[in-house]
Write a protein that binds this ligand. Structure first.
Ligand SMILES: *[C@@H]1O[C@H](CO)[C@@H](O)[C@H](O)[C@H]1NC(C)=O
Ligand SMILES: *[C@@H]1O[C@H](CO)[C@@H](O)[C@H](O)[C@H]1NC(C)=O
Length: 217
């Protein structure tokens, strides 16, 4: 179950019923455009006074622009969340553009709070996710321009551009704040680091390899 699942307990005939929703909570008003200047901490962002809301709060421009993919992975993610588009606040949805250089990868990662529905706009993409224990089944395929693929909430997944030209995808996520856990960075690049003894036994490889991997992240 998602860690932020909304658990609602209802007493009925003296029996407790539990309803679990694996998505953001439903809004209880038309909108709650984020007041990005507010320092109040709550589950989401505080609302701007509706009188001051404008059409631009519900809009974001620039997703047609290619991002710079000159990095070790050959991949760049451009997010559109309430920080970039305040009108998304409380709506339980967000969107990203992903640019891939030839052979670029969006490495193994998971979104703890969202399923991801991806469409390929340019080039082709090799994609996949791994089901949970004990099957750990790898479900993947190669997508062509126009193909859509869904990565179920919480599962580890990846994308790779196998082609000789750039690839572009856009993905909608079922949370305004999907979160991302990059597997390699979380395991080998945490601060402070995880003791190499724990990593050595977890991965059944020797300390030198662990030390090498830690220097990479
Ligand atoms: C892309 O990023 C690289 C690495 O940060 C940088 O050297 C390069 O100038 C950038 N290219 C453009 C067109 O901004
Ligand atoms: C891991 O943390 C320990 C203790 O802070 C430190 O001595 C060690 O250099 C760190 N190792 C790496 C690979 O960063």
């Amino acid at each position: 179950m998602a860690c932020n699942a909304c658990i609602l307990a209802i007493s009925f005939l003296a029996l407790p019923f539990f309803i679990a929703l694996a998505a953001d909570q439903s809004p209880i008003q038309d909108f709650c455009v984020a007041d990005t200047g507010s320092t109040v901490l709550l589950n989401g962002l505080t609302c701007k006074d509706p009188k001051h809301v404008v059409a631009d709060d519900f809009s974001f421009g620039g997703l047609h622009l290619a991002a710079n993919t000159s990095n070790a992975l050959g991949c760049h993610v451009t997010p559109v969340t309430p920080s970039e588009m305040p009108g998304l606040n409380t709506l339980g949805i967000s969107i990203i553009r992903i640019d891939y250089a030839p052979r670029g990868i969006n490495p193994l990662h998971t979104h703890p709070r969202a399923s991801e529905l991806l469409i390929v706009l340019e080039g082709s993409l090799e994609v996949g996710f791994i089901t949970s224990y004990p099957e750990n089944r790898h479900i993947g395929k190669v997508l062509q321009k126009g193909d859509v693929f869904v990565f179920p909430i919480g599962l580890v997944h990846y994308q790779r551009n196998p082609g000789p030209t750039n690839a572009v995808a856009v993905a909608a996520l079922s949370s305004q704040n999907p979160g991302v856990i990059m597997v390699a960075n979380a395991v080998f690049g945490s601060t402070p680091n995880i003791s190499s003894d724990i990593l050595e036994k977890s991965f059944q490889i020797n300390k030198n390899v662990i030390g090498y991997l830690q220097t990479k992240f």
